[in-house]
Design a binder for this molecule. Sequence first.
Ligand SMILES: [Zn+2]
Length: 555
Amino acid sequence: MRSAPVALLAAYTVMASQSPPPPAPPADLIVHNAVVHTMAEAQPVAQGFAVRGTRFVAVGTSADVLRWRGPSTQVIDAANQAIVPGLQDAHGHVLGLGASLQALDLRDTPSFDAVVAKVGARAAEMREGEWILGRGWDQNRWPVAEWPAPGPLDAAAPRNPVFLRRIDGHAALANRRALAAAAITRDTPDPAGGRLIRDASGWPTGVLIDAAQSLVARQIPQPSREQLTQQLLLADGEMRRAGLTMVHDAGVAPDAVDVYREVIGDARFGTRIYMMLTGLNTGDWFTRGPLIDSEHRLTVRAVKLVADGALGSRGAALNEDYADEPGNRGLLVTAPERLYAVTRAAAEARFQTAIHAIGDRANHEVLGIFERVSREVPGARDLRPRDEHAQIVDATDIPSFARFGVIASIQPTHCTSDMPWAPHRLGDTRAAREAYPWRKLIASGARLAHGSDFPVERPEPLLGFYAAITRQDANGQPPEGWGPDQRLTRAEALHGMTLGGAYAAHAERDLGSIEPGKLADFVVLSRDIMQVAPRDILSTTVVRTVVGGRTVYEQ
Ligand SMILES: [Zn+2]
């Protein structure tokens, strides 16, 4: 101990008072010759680490960590590749991702005929009466850029109802079986907010616009237990490939929790799940109390509520009119008194509350509710309330995040997806002042956690990292970034995807950085995202994903 430098000692000593090497028992896994971005303040960059069981036992130079080698230690020479802590998505929909992977992927179909062919092939694998679901078609990419006549879908799948959503979710195609299941005839009127495209004789063709989609969508049966299991496993595979080691699942019905438990208890499942229950339906969870897992495989200690709609459909609740629709200020989809009552009940039952708030009016309401509950329920602040999205925030509300301990759970790719049209909704002045105000939040002392809201956006966290530091699209537009004063640094962006997420999940003692004693979650990348040109981040791939010392994905 006499001569060892302090930094090295820190690396060696999880078991604080024991003497330095040779350590026994040896490590199960050693990674060396890497550029490790640890996110640990004491040692931001290291060359490697050693893992015993599910946790890191040493972090340091290659020489340091190789001392932990034993006869059966797995040793990985990382060949100077970059390694970051396991990446978190603080807001995703795991079953939604699984369902989207189960559905036919029609994003690259070059014509309606190609859609019909895919439906026909799927129909051949299915039992009579099972629904064929698909998503992603876009008639603007077809030779004839018009609504198709869905007739050929009847021939392709005569025995199955078919329901195919357009890429933006604002229209769908249904075949005759699906229309019949919804009892849609010539006499069916267009519903409020929707339209049925009709042929010359007035019969709906099967093209359903906006709200008309739900006439058919609500006939689709709830997924069976077997389908839910398959959705979880499909999503897990996608998340591991993306380098996600933990996902905060933003709204799960209590009756699905058992399926999660069963699948996660099984060694096939890799990703850690931090679950938010659907806040308006929590079953008996408030009496039972939270499920806290010291290994963080499955944690249930949060509820999710929704304050308003989305900006794209002008449903986000704003303080002033939409710039492109005078008289409309969006809407609060859950009454504030209800949001308050559930938030308070959750706090009393020791559950964290996460509330979807996009517009400035919704954010103001939500911050007010968190303030009120923090005054009324002792210890409510320690539950770490979360504002999900925090997209459009009035300057006077920004300080409330830090003041009341509210986490801003942001989605950087929402910003870059929305930037082509968000200024139309908000007008340039309000957009510049309030939209996606990440730097203002950080400057105010707020804590940020980053997510994607998959499957609304793609689940790859590196896309979020790129969006956070550039505020540009994949082509590098606009050249300076949209609202460039609100861009994050790389260190801030990585923080939001690691320690920021861990804090939002009450898990920063075990996750979020590469430090002795923490769970051994890490991701090996093909390029060093902390160094390369921004455009090269988009082609950076995940080489290996490790959760608790176990490799769950390898390229
Ligand atoms: Zn969401």
